[in-house]
Design a protein around this ligand. Structure first.
Ligand code: DQA
Length: 152
């Protein structure tokens, strides 16, 4: 079965009470449940993981890298400076979709640059929690297309 990791970076454990204007009212558990429901409907396996620490995210990714097909990541503020995380994503060789709840391109200038963006297949920003399920659906579709192509 196709396995996709969903990684959440620093401060995303505080969703629901943190800056609701930008990040919405759902908690991370509620978002993860919606991701899991969509994964079940798509017939893919997901594993959701959050950490406030770049090294912990990297350790988790390295531990899973051999057994995963893709990654959906909201790296939080690590998006803007997390070069070790960027390297770990590249090393995993898995296709990655970057998600942001808020539209980072319409906020402070330091949020507009993502160090991950040249590493990822695509970026979804500004769609709230729906960005995660959209990313999952896109990634599952891309992986399915690539598997079909290879089977030819
Ligand atoms: C975020 C945007 C980042 O700039 C911020 O540091 C976050 C969340 C988003 O989902 O919109 O923690 O990645």
């Amino acid at each position: 079965m196709t396995t996709i990791l969903v990684l959440h970076g620093p401060n995303l454990n505080a969703l629901g009470r943190r800056d609701r204007h930008h990040y919405g009212t759902l908690t991370l558990d509620e978002i993860n449940r919606r991701i899991e429901e969509r994964a079940a409907a798509l017939g893919v396996e997901v594993e959701c993981f959050q950490s406030n620490h770049e090294g912990v995210l990297i350790d988790f990714l390295q531990a899973r890298a051999g057994g995963i097909d893709g990654v959906v990541i909201n790296a939080g503020a690590l998006t803007h400076y997390g070069l070790s995380l960027k390297d770990a994503l590249t090393d995993s060789a898995a296709p990655v979709v970057e998600v942001h709840l808020s539209n980072i391109h319409a906020r402070e200038s330091w949020r507009r640059h993502s160090v991950l963006s040249d590493t990822v297949r695509g970026q979804i920003a500004g769609l709230g929690w729906r960005g995660y399920t959209a990313a999952l659906e896109a990634l599952a579709g891309i992986l399915g297309d690539e598997a079909a192509e290879q089977a030819k």
